[in-house]
Design a protein around this ligand. Structure first.
Ligand code: SF4
Length: 291
């Protein structure tokens, strides 16, 4: 598709979202589409990869390339694609259970490598697809199906983890602030290096605590308080703030070489442009064996 034809409408797929009415993930889907249009990226130059969960159905709802992978494995699949084809804008998406639970190891290592990809986490602080169990970001005391007497575990702080691990674009958005969310997602996709956008994306069906009104009463925009995104320690302080106010916006941005820039094997170009080192006969034999 030529970029001139790129519109929000042209990015709609034939599959309509199956999310509950009011789910925060609708806002994230809209912001991803708006960002692609804003950046004039042809849809065939975008790959969206997900894991498992309500939010991980997202790649099916956008007319780009997409992979609905395994639970917690969005980031490693996205990593492979980003290393193989540098022309692609690779966006991994998923929920807090997927990314900060089973996928936490991949999350940390992708950030310390500063791989050139974007990770958008639809953080609703609950497992939604499995009908409301405690997730890694569920707050203390929250009564869920798996913790009927209240959650006794401390929630993970994903933004602090991202800063400590070396992510070079760290932001938090809110589905109830569409304009800012689109700006953050646009900045994340445009950023060269690992970009994380953790999004408060309310689960209106199974999380009655962390609702739109909960966040509306607490969030404030970092850009309104002259936060300096080049200041790592200021970003770390903001990443741990939750009560009584919660910052949303760009916490931190840094320019430094990506993994793709520094890995010697990739100095000859992306893997898709490099010879396999096999003659045609051997290639055909391997292909036949694996198909
Ligand atoms: Fe969204 Fe929750 Fe419904 Fe899943 S269960 S689609 S997270 S509102």
């Amino acid at each position: 598709m030529a970029t001139a034809e790129l519109t929000l409408k042209s990015l709609e797929s034939d599959v309509h979202p199956d999310w509950c009415p009011g789910c925060g993930d609708f806002g994230v889907l809209k912001s991803i589409k708006e960002a692609i249009v804003e950046l004039h990226i042809a849809s065939h130059d975008v790959l969206i990869v997900s894991g498992i969960g309500c939010s991980s159905n997202l790649p099916g709802f956008v007319r780009t390339y997409g992979v609905h992978s395994l639970h917690g494995r969005a980031v490693p699949v996205a990593t492979g694609a980003a290393l193989a084809n540098h022309a692609l804008h690779v966006i991994a998406v998923g929920g807090d259970g997927d990314g900060y639970g089973i996928g936490i190891g991949h999350f940390i290592h992708a950030m310390r490598r500063n791989l050139n990809l974007t990770y958008i986490v639809m953080d609703n602080e609950i497992y939604g697809l499995t009908t409301g169990q405690t997730s890694p970001t569920t707050t203390e005391g929250h009564k869920t199906k798996s913790t009927p007497r209240g959650n006794v575990e401390k929630p993970i702080q994903p933004l602090a983890l991202a800063l400590a691990a070396g992510a070079t674009y760290v932001a938090r958005g809110f589905s109830g602030d569409q304009k800012q969310l689109t700006r953050l997602v646009t900045g994340a996709i445009a950023h060269k290096g690992f970009s994380l956008v953790d999004v408060f994306s309310p689960c209106v069906t199974f999380n009655k605590i962390n609702s739109y009104s909960f966040f509306k009463e607490r969030v404030y925009r970092l850009e309104d308080e002259r936060h300096d995104p080049s200041d790592l320690m200021a970003a770390m302080t903001k990443s741990l703030e939750f009560e009584p106010r919660i910052p949303i916006g760009l916490l931190y941005e840094q320019v430094r070489p990506t993994y793709e820039d520094t890995e010697p094997v990739l100095s000859k170009g992306p893997l898709v442009d490099q010879p396999l080192g096999l003659d045609r006969k051997t290639f055909d034999e391997i292909l036949a064996e694996t198909m």
